[in-house]
Design a protein around this ligand. Sequence first.
Ligand code: HEC
Length: 276
Amino acid sequence: MRKPRILGALCAITSLGIAHAQTAEVDHAKADAEFAKFRAEMEDSNPAELFELKGEELWKVKRGPKSVSLAESCDLGLGVGKVEGAYVQMPRYFADANAVMDAERRIVWCMVEKQGFKFADIAKKPFQGANDTNPPEITSLVTFVAGHSRNMKFAVPLKDPKVKEIWEIGKEITNYRAGPYDFSCNTCHGSDGKRIRMQNLPNIGTHEGAVKGVMGWPGYRMTGGVMLTHQWRMNDCFRQQRFPEPKYASDTVTALLTYMTANANGAVYKGPGIKR
Ligand code: HEC
């Protein structure tokens, strides 16, 4: 049932993509409409749900050198084991780690500190690659946690001065120009109505743009048929920017996620989504 629908929509989008440049604007509008239709159709059968289920299993089972489950050891900010609403309230400050952490970073922290996994092992392959049939466990865990904030409002605790400080750093990073093309995030995402190829580039400094930038992550990406987290999105944009990719689960990525997610505060999170 699922596959033909995916293929159909992909063909529609691809054939619009190679259309003549003079009709580009019309085609963009058509492609956007096609994709919106496709996304609506897919909402009931989003492949992301399979990752949520896998993540739930991983969350509950005793694992790692210390043989404990995350459910009995990991505090995502609302109490040990509590996942309901945790995703939309992160990044937040965690006293036990003395750091502001986004969801992915926090789960990695729990896997290392509570379950005894080695960070280096998790960081070896943190994101699913193309043609990779074995997605990393961390992706499923993040998707599971995110799924338990579906239909809840983003509420990053910006009143906490430690969170606010990281928000400020995130803001600075979006303005920081460097690299061979002297690009910053804002070169591509700092004004309204920008596009590259087929992609709309959200203006992440505004509430509306930030909502677009955080909604649907983690997401099932039709290009390559892979499940990817918001951390992946950040790393990939550093690549677009011709910067060296940040280390996995770095402070820099947390700062960017703090900036964008808090800018989206108040918007209702629709859960793990579908991306082009
Ligand atoms: C050279 C231009 C460029 C730069 C610089 C850039 N991006 Fe992007 N960004 C893109 C493109 C293109 C996409 C869409 C890619 C896709 O969907 O395949 C994107 C997508 C995104 C998205 C996801 C939007 C969505 O609809 O889900 C976010 C969030 C984002 N970028 C944030 C950033 C941040 C933060 C930085 C700075 C670290 C940055 N970008 C730097 C081009 C850029």
